[in-house]
Design a binder for this molecule. Sequence first.
Ligand code: FAD
Ligand code: NAI
Length: 466
Amino acid sequence: MSDTYDIVIIGGGPGGYNCAIRAGQLGLKTACVEMRGTLGGTCLNVGCIPSKALLHASELYEVAGSQFANLGIKTGAIELDLDAMLGQKDEAVDGLTKGIEFLFKKNGVEYIRGRGRIAGPGKVEVDAEGGKSTLETKNIVIATGSEVTPLPGVTIDEKRVVSSTGALALEQVPDKLVLIGAGVIGLELGSVWRRLGAQVTVVEYLDRILPGMDSELAKTAQRTFAKQGMDFKLGTKVTGVDTSGDRLGVTLEPAAGGEAETIEADTVLVCIGRRPFTDGLGLETVGIETDQRGFIANDQYRTSAENVWVVGDCTHGPMLAHKAEDEGVACAERIAGKAGHVNYGVIPGVVYTAPEIASVGLTEDELKKSGRKYKKGKFPFQANSRARTNHATDGFVKILADAETDEILGAHMIGANVGEMIGELCVAMEFRAASEDIARTCHPHPTLTEAIRQAAMGVEGWTMQS
Ligand code: FAD
Ligand code: NAI
C-alpha cells in the first residue's frame, strides 16, 4: 500500500474532525494533525462544551435558590461548590474529546499529534515530540480555526484579565466582573458568573448588544439581562486596564470621544470577537494569501492553491461549530468526487443564556434594508400555556415570510428552550416551506413549540390564542 495519503487535515476541531471522519467513511486514506494534545478543537476543549456545562449548572444553582420555594420545594440553604462545578465541566470535555478519538479509530482515520505546516504542494511537515516528519498527500485540508482577538493596550494573563478560556476556569467567583464586548461570549459567560454571585458590567463599543442579530431580539434580550442585574455601558470603549493594584482599574471613554472614567474590577473578560488562526502554517509555500482580516478565501472549500482546501473558522462565514462541521463533511465529499454542499441561508445561531436567543435566516433589519416585501407573525410566550405552567413567559417567536409567496425567510426567538426549537424552522426553511405549512401542521399541546405555530398563523393573519 502507498504511504501517500488521500487527505491530510491540519486541525482537529469541528471542521477538521468531521472532515476526517467523513473522509474515512468514504474510504479515503486520511490523517488529521492536531497540536493541542486532545481532539475537538476550540469547541470541545475551551468553547461550546465547557461553556454549556457551566451555563447548565449555574442556571440550576440560580433556579434552586430563587424558584424552588415558589414551586413548593423545600431545601436547606443552597451552597456553591465551585470546584465541583468546574470538575463536572472538565469531565464533560474529557468524555467528548476521547469520543472523537474513538470515532477516528472506528472510521480508519489516523490521528497524528503535532504541529502541522504546509511544506509545499502535497507535503505536510509535522513537528511532534519525537521530532519532525513529512507526510505526502494528494489533498491538504486547512482547519486551523480561530483565536481570541486581542484588545490593543490590554494584556490577557488568563488570571485577572482573561479571555473566554480563563473565564471558563476562574478559581473563585469575582466580586466585580467587567466584560469588554456584548457579543455571544460576553452574554453567556457573564450570565454564568452573575448567577454564581458576581456583579457584572458589560462595556460595548456599539449602541446595541449582539450586533448582527435581529434588533428586536437584541432589545428584548438587553432589557431582560438588565432586569437580571447586568449593567450595560453601551457606546463606550475601554482604553486601558491598570493591573498594578489589588483591584483592576478599567478606563472607559464614550466611543464618540469625551471624558474618561475609571471603574474597579476583580476580573476583566476580553470578548471582542475571534480572528482566524493561521500562524506558521506555511501558506506561502503554496501561494495562498489571506485577506486583510486574516481569512483564507474559498470557492466550494477550494483555496487558490491546487488540492488545498479550507473549512471552518479560518475561512469566511459565521464562526460556529455547526457551520465548521457541515463544511468539513461537504469538503470531504467534494474531495471524494461527490456533491458536498452547505446551505448558508439556513445556519442557525443560538445564544445559550436564560432566556435563550435563537435565529435563522434573514433578520427584519436586513429585509427592511433590502426593500423586499415581507409579512410578519409574532407570538409572545406569555400567551403559551406550557410557558405559563413552567413560569417561563419571557420572550416571543417571530416569523418573517415573503409577502407574495409566503416562503419563510427568517425566524427569531427569545425564550426558554428556543435553542432546541429553532431546529423546526431550519428544517422548514431547508425544504423552502411556506409559513402556512407550519401554521397547518399539528403541534403537540401543551408545548412551547405551539408558539412557533401561532407565530406562523400570525403571518397568515389567523392566530388562535392571545
Ligand atoms: P477550532 O475548533 O478552533 O479547531 C482548530 C484546531 O486546529 C485547534 O484544536 C488547534 O489546536 C488546531 N491547530 C491550529 N493550527 C494547527 C497546526 N498548525 N497544526 C496542528 N493543529 C493546529 N460555536 C457554536 O456553534 N456553538 C457554541 O455554543 C459555541 N460556543 C463557543 C464558546 C466559546 C467560549 C468559544 C470561544 C467559541 C464557541 N463557539 C461556539 C465557536 C466554535 O468553538 C467554533 O466556531 C468552532 O470550534 C470552529 O471549529 P474549527 O474546526 O474551524 O476550529
Ligand atoms: P462577538 O463578535 O459575538 O461579539 C463581540 C462584541 O464586542 C461585539 O458586540 C462588538 O461590537 C464588541 N466590540 C468589539 N470591539 C470592541 C471594543 N474595543 N470595545 C468594546 N466592545 C467591542 O464575539 P465574541 O463574543 O468574542 O465571540 C467570538 C465568536 O465565538 C463569535 O463569532 C461567536 O460566533 C462564537 N461563539 C458562539 C457561541 C454560540 O454559538 N452560542 C458562544 C460563544 C462564542
